[in-house]
Write a protein of this length. Sequence first.
Length: 199
Amino acid sequence: MERRRALTTAAALLAGVAAAWPGPARAAYVVRPWPQAKPVPELALVDLDGRAWTLAALAGQVVVLNFWATWCDPCRREMPALEALAARHANDRLVVIAVNYREPAALIRSFLERMPFKPTILLDPDGEATSQWTPRVFPTTVLIGRDGRPVASVLGDLDWAGPVARDLLEPLLRASTPRDGGARVAPSTRGEPPIMVPP
């Protein structure tokens, strides 16, 4: 039942974007503003070394909170761009945090031997954090302002060096608090679906 709900969500997202673009179906990512009335979920997870991380401890930084899994092709595809984003803005108090969905640390470490990734990886062994922060499609990336308030969610693999990412991040990097608005649905020209649901 849970998987069917996730599949339905993913299909609806893709269909909604495709309907806005005539002609052959195109892959797309979706940028959604964070609902103003929605409370900020708790984030209290541990990293691969067992160290505890909380959202409160990241106050004052722009947080790019990415939810991913090793079996997710679009997740793997955007990881180099996320790593480059973190390096490019290392002096701007921007941090990339990658939350892994329900996979053991040993499997993730094996994956990192084949595909190194420098940003911090947090473990979500029961999937609870992912369920609270995302619609359980992968990848999903939540952009959080310096005051700890989420601003937008990106569903799908975004070019994090491209103009849409810059439009989303620059106001957060400039401001001491997040600015409202600016999030929108935007097309992608890639030739395969950008979001995945758990197997």
